[in-house]
Write a protein that binds this ligand. Sequence first.
Ligand SMILES: Cc1cc2nc3c(=O)[nH]c(=O)nc-3n(C[C@H](O)[C@H](O)[C@H](O)COP(=O)(O)OP(=O)(O)OC[C@H]3O[C@@H](n4cnc5c(N)ncnc54)[C@H](O)[C@@H]3O)c2cc1C
Length: 396
Amino acid sequence: MTNHEETLPVLVVGAGIGGLVAALALHHVGLPVAVFEQVSELSEVGAGLTMYPNATRALEYLGLGDALAAVAVIPEDGGVRHWQTGELLRHFPVGSQARTRYGAPQYFVHRADLQELLVGTLRARVPGALHLDHAFLSYEEQGNQVVAHFANGATVAGRALIGCDGIHSRVRECLFGPDAPRFTGKVAWRGLVPMERLSEQQRTPTSCLWTGPDHAFLRYPVRGGRLMNYVAHAAQGAWAEESWKLPSEVSEVLAEFAGWDPAVLAVIAATPPELCFKWALFDRDPLPRWSVGRVTLLGDAAHPALPYLGQGAGMAIEDGMVLARCLALEPAVPAALQRYEAARQPRCQWVQRESRANGDRFFEADPTARYQDGRAQSSADLEQALRYYDATSVPV
Ligand SMILES: Cc1cc2nc3c(=O)[nH]c(=O)nc-3n(C[C@H](O)[C@H](O)[C@H](O)COP(=O)(O)OP(=O)(O)OC[C@H]3O[C@@H](n4cnc5c(N)ncnc54)[C@H](O)[C@@H]3O)c2cc1C
């Protein structure tokens, strides 16, 4: 690496969960970093994210453990209920067991709370590193640097460029052309309900999945337990825009879940109208490669997955940790990015495939039979394989 190259930052495009964790991990290993985010203001968008030990382990390693615990919820217990009768088919403790078993906690967190925590930490540790109002447009490689161009006219040189710009990634498009997402025929409504609107019984167990024919309803608390987050899944032929922010009607969700356990309907009915959103689920095949020269992809830009395993944020966090370790170990940037891709791609492709498969398990025409015949055990094995992963020490 030349002296000039050594002074250039790693350019991170996108200040979502993946980009911010990557930036903190790069700083942690001693590399200069600059983050470019398209929005001019980071606002309160999104709802609940599940943080399993594979994700929280990396965040604790970066020194974020206490701050994360302060905004997150540790679920006491979890369960699966019958869609119609509400019968508790499976019940499992969580609490401190995750730390005992996996060495790191399991949390529920509001995406905006996590993003705010990461932004505040980045601003404190690397003042001036975050550049808002910088929508990435294109790049070119010039010798031993990469030059990025932004919609506001800015041009910035770096030693590497990391596309953390989410599911509709412009960096991915520059590398490999437009993608072709397929509508899955499934939609989900997301809602946030003030906790005081729900009875004790409607909050028990802490997290709960109701599974039924062509529908599933998952709810868990976020924001220190002050809000109940839910995702109401349904098979629905109609196409809708792929967006996190499409407003929807509470009455539409209630009609879709007519005949379900009254505890489900009570949560839906308690949704403030402005906190109900519709989300159409699109599927993409795994990319054969992520990196070209000094440019690579991370998080949803590299491996967007359906939400049925709750590992979208987890995979992005793991990516950021492994990427920083590769760039710290290997001075030649293109070789470091190949090392990152080789270390991460098999796991992320597996999660993409398993998320797709888990969608079929989510909807259960006869949930009682499923939870009696041991098929549920196979998903418990999968959960273990996901949660033991340690991005801070896995061979790279
Ligand atoms: C607004 C929003 C709300 C979400 N809500 C939820 C939710 O409720 N539940 C859930 O499970 N997951 C949600 N997600 C997705 C979840 O955050 C991701 O699956 C996961 O955290 C992986 O994160 P990521 O960093 O790869 O991508 P994201 O978190 O999607 O972040 C991508 C970032 O890149 C920025 N960006 C995009 N294009 C450009 C560009 N050209 N130039 C510069 N910056 C760019 C975006 O503004 C965004 O900040 C949401 C994502 C977004 C963007």
